[in-house]
Design a protein around this ligand. Structure first.
Ligand SMILES: Nc1ncnc2c1ncn2[C@@H]1O[C@H](COP(=O)(O)OP(=O)(O)OP(=O)(O)O)[C@@H](O)[C@H]1O
Ligand SMILES: [Mg+2]
Length: 265
């Protein structure tokens, strides 16, 4: 990844009240249009780092740069939409009382991505089509949608404000394996169609490898290894990465082999 990075994160430290730093001097960079896969076991600090990058938490130290300029902490209104996050639990991330139409059109109007309600509805349908849904879900509420559909609405919502960077934090982890593969394919497809810059976070190496142009392995708050996915998998350098690769029994498991049709391993 030699292009100048769109997102550059330097020396981030996150401390909670007790214990060692949850994020311990982490730096990473993602070129425009690329996807960095961040993988590591539960509790290693992935979400703590993601929240800092998204501007949802203030780090003890470190900087987040977008297009070369340091983003202020806390993030100001002008920068608030530039990095968006898709969360693990699509149910709790959406207002249960609001229809998909209301969720998307209100966001589009508030952030001036559409001039009026009619244009906002048209744009909402475009967004839904982008994530593999259609106008038929406009009047559904979250409980009327499947887990996969809810997560697709979550992705559409994140894309509605036209972010420069999308962070997917365990975005497919709560889904059934077959649905997981389909949503992963949508994310990967969006990445190339929209030239999105993505930070894709998962505890699952097989899933991460599938969408990532580059991998970073996180262990106890630190990035212990990074590189091209095939290199990291074939020749892991760090002891923790070796255990992660060994613990991933089949890199071409059933869910991913269905999804692999578009890009064989
Ligand atoms: N708000 C908080 N207050 C105190 N400790 C926290 C808080 N959030 C996270 N931690 C701790 O910081 C460490 C890193 O947590 P974090 O959620 O960033 O890990 P993670 O890699 O995202 O894990 P998971 O894969 O389970 O989502 C853990 O030890 C966690 O218990
Ligand atoms: Mg997490």
């Amino acid at each position: 990844m030699s292009a100048a990075p769109l997102l550059q994160v330097d020396d981030i430290v996150v401390n909670y009240r007790s214990g060692p730093s949850a994020v311990d001097h982490v730096s990473l960079a993602i070129p425009r249009g690329r996807t960095l896969g961040l993988v590591g076991q539960s509790g290693c600090g992935k979400s703590s780092l993601a929240r800092v990058i998204a501007g949802l938490a203030v780090p003890a130290s470190g900087t987040v740069r977008l297009g070369g300029a340091v983003l202020p902490t806390p993030r100001g209104r002008a920068d608030a939409t530039r990095i968006q996050m898709v969360f693990q639990d699509p149910g709790s991330a959406l207002n249960p009382m609001h229809t998909v139409r209301r969720t998307l059109t209100e966001l589009l109007l508030v952030h001036r991505r559409a001039p009026d309600r009619r244009a906002a509805t048209d744009r909402a349908v475009e967004l839904l089509e982008l994530v593999g849904l259609g106008a038929n879900v406009l009047d559904a509420r979250p409980r009327g949608l499947s887990g996969g559909q809810r997560q697709r609405v979550g992705i559409a919502r994140a894309l509605a404000v036209e972010p420069e960077v999308l962070i997917a934090d365990e975005a497919v982890s709560a889904l059934d394996v077959s649905v997981q593969a389909a949503v992963l394919n949508t994310l990967r497809d969006l990445g190339s169609r929209l030239d999105l810059t993505m930070l894709f976070i998962s505890h699952d190496l097989a899933v991460t490898r599938y969408v990532a142009d580059e991998l970073a392995v996180m262990h106890r708050g630190e990035i212990v290894e990074r590189g091209l996915p095939d290199d990291v998998l074939r020749n892991p350098q760090h002891e923790y990465t070796r255990s992660l690769v060994a613990a991933t029994p089949r890199m071409d498991g059933p869910a991913l082999s269905a999804a692999e049709e578009a890009r064989p391993l």
